[in-house]
Ligand binder design. Structure first.
Ligand code: GUN
Ligand code: FE
Length: 427
């Protein structure tokens, strides 16, 4: 019964069973059969005897990580200009940089660097913002496709409150460019899919939101955007949309806020009201929690414990370049760290996240946006990482769990020694 699509990896295997429980099996096998997980074993069962097996020599083996929110064009200025809050940062740093992607040569140079680093990172699935430029976004899709990572990539829509260099002329021209981009890229890729990407409410007129709503329905697209990130931003949205009951309602009025036909990811949700959280739950809207960005841009700390208790869908995002690190391992550690400060400084009724919970968010939590992704439970798509922590030696033996947690804190981007997406080996 064995065929070449069946193989095993041997090593110290760590994966989430659910939100609270991390399964750790040292010196064990995880089997891939036709792109799907077919069990984790101490000894290979008879039916898998003789299948090809890569012995990692005691490396950690984990599911791939899902980066639910990042901006590819911002990778070029990560770690720079970090002394600003969101709106000043957008106007003085982000918009001028994104405007450069009108130049395809610049876009190519920048996106080659980004996609090369993304390929080598712990990320196997990602939801990526491009810029408003259709050609540069198509280039980003092509380069992302070549990495083998599975991703949603969005051409950004923005028709108001931007600089002349980074704003579409009208709602109509923004919508037309979006449709052209969708038609131009339709069916071209195996790994990359389009996602509708209104930047955030301050960037999108009502007329544009209406246009995007029709496009969403016609093309059955998922949606990604930003929500309730920063005090100045949320106050501005209240001014811009006096009729909306809350920020999320300003999307919902146009049918761009979840529901069965419109899978939606909203980044941040630091200042979401109870009403907003209730609607997100009702509509199945995903929260992309971006702890490093929320720290760098002094945005605040999202109430992730509350989201989990309410039963919301939550994953983690790097939010490059609000966040400076592309490492989703690091994002898991950041999520733990900021949750401790929130517990200490804001609300001591909401316990800090455990590492196991943060690992779940970075793998299974965000992965579920892509289907059965982010675990080694039977039937999950086989996204796997071989993580080599040998360059962080220790004077005593450590357990696999200790090594995994330590790697999340110590990772500087060089630990991924092997990567598989849906059963396909990338390296
Ligand atoms: N809100 C609107 N645009 C952006 C962006 O590029 N980054 C972040 N963090 N928030 C935004
Ligand atoms: Fe963002």
């Amino acid at each position: 019964m064995n065929n070449q699509n069946t193989f095993a990896l041997k090593g110290d295997i760590c994966f989430s069973l659910d939100q609270k429980h991390l399964s750790v099996m040292e010196n064990a096998y995880v089997v891939c059969e036709d792109g799907l997980c077919a069990g984790v074993y101490r000894e290979l069962p008879g039916r898998f005897r003789g299948i090809p097996c890569t012995d990692t020599g005691g490396a950690l083996i984990t599911p791939g990580f899902t980066d639910l929110h990042l901006h590819a064009p911002q990778y070029s200025f990560r770690g720079m200009h970090m002394d600003l809050e969101l709106l000043d940062w957008l106007n003085t740093v982000t918009f001028p940089e994104e405007a450069k992607y009108a130049d395809l040569d610049y876009a190519k140079r920048a996106y080659q660097i980004f996609t090369e680093d993304l390929k080598n990172s712990p990320t196997t699935r990602a939801c990526i913002f491009g810029t408003l430029h259709a050609e540069a976004t198509e280039l980003l899709m092509e380069l992302t496709e070549k990495t083998g990572i599975k991703a949603y990539v969005g051409k950004v829509n923005m028709d108001r409150n931007g600089p002349a260099s980074l704003q579409e002329e009208s709602a109509k021209s923004s919508a037309e460019a979006t449709v052209r981009w969708l038609e131009e890229t339709a069916g071209k890729y195996r790994n990359v899919r389009p996602i509708l990407t209104p930047r955030f409410i301050p960037s999108c007129s009502d007329e544009l939101m209406r246009e995007l709503s029709s496009i969403q329905k016609a093309y059955r697209l998922p949606v990604q955007s930003h929500l309730s990130e920063n005090p100045g931003e949320t106050a501005w949205v209240r001014e811009l949309c006096p009729d909306a009951d809350f920020y999320g309602d300003a999307y919902d009025r146009f049918g761009l806020f979840g529901g069965g036909q419109c899978p939606t990811i909203m980044a941040h949700c630091v200042y979401s009201s109870d009403q907003e959280i209730a609607l997100m739950k009702k509509r199945g809207v995903y929260v992309a929690h971006c702890p490093q960005s929320n720290t760098n841009l002094s945005s605040g700390i999202a109430p992730v414990r509350k989201f989990l208790e309410e039963g919301l869908c939550v994953g983690l995002g790097t939010d490059i370049a609000g966040g400076h690190s592309l490492s989703m391992l690091r994002a898991a550690a950041d999520a733990v760290q900021v949750s401790k400060l929130r517990w200490r400084l804001t609300d001591n009724t909401q316990k800090a996240l455990t590492f196991d919970e943060a690992f779940y968010l970075a793998t299974m939590g965000g992965g579920s946006f892509f289907g059965k992704v982010g675990s080694f439970l039977d039937g999950y798509e086989f996204d796997a990482l071989i993580l080599d922590d040998s360059r962080f030696p220790h004077p005593q033996p450590l357990t696999a769990r200790e090594r995994l947690e330590r790697l999340a804190y110590l990772d500087d981007g060089g630990c991924v020694a092997g990567k598989y997406v849906a059963g396909v080996k990338l390296f």
